[in-house]
Design a protein around this ligand. Sequence first.
Ligand code: SF4
Ligand code: SF4
Ligand code: SF4
Length: 207
Amino acid sequence: MIKGDGYELRVCRSAACPMAAVEAESLVSRLKVLLDTASLGEFYRSLSLKDQKRYRFRVALSACPNACTQVQIADFGLIGQVVPQLAGECVACGVCEEVCEEGAVTLQDRWPLFDTERCLNCGLCIKACPKQVLAAEVKGYKVLVGGKLGRHPQLAKEVVALTSEEEVLHLLERTLSFYRKYCRRGERLGVIINRLGWENFLAFVRR
Ligand code: SF4
Ligand code: SF4
Ligand code: SF4
């Protein structure tokens, strides 16, 4: 875990893990720069809170939908996504169908057919295809916000199902602006969103 002044950035094993759906290293560096620039420690100190050390903005990144860094309870959570597509000649071996834990790929007329409602964009089928004819149609991140534990736990809600690194950085920048503008006593982001309304939060960050 990276502990900065006023924030923590929890990142999974990503590059060292065979399950990773995305290469997260460059985004992690850019997230750290953005979080450092936001001066969150200074912000918390300006609120004159009693137990200063308790307060920090929590960001979590998992490089696949297994979500090992508990993105669902972070203020700002990211889940790596890879959308599979057929990009070569399928031999109808059925390996992709067997490996998919979601039942999201089935062989129909000797071609893999993907069920986008069920698919979690984990990329396991891409890795497992012995003919390497499955490829990434697009890679990116799911963005969640507002998760927390404590006295009134709540899971983070999805802002966008799949987006680019650039948009992730833009959303974090806007989320931090929202947080600094409306945080009264070091409240967690989820509490502020509950108070002001989900639609108002979305309107603010999508500007
Ligand atoms: S979230 Fe996925 S990529 Fe990251 S450590 Fe867990 S299983 Fe590996
Ligand atoms: S990406 Fe994952 S969930 Fe989607 S079809 Fe492939 S194995 Fe199944
Ligand atoms: S694993 Fe690859 S070759 Fe086998 S059925 Fe799936 S897409 Fe076709």
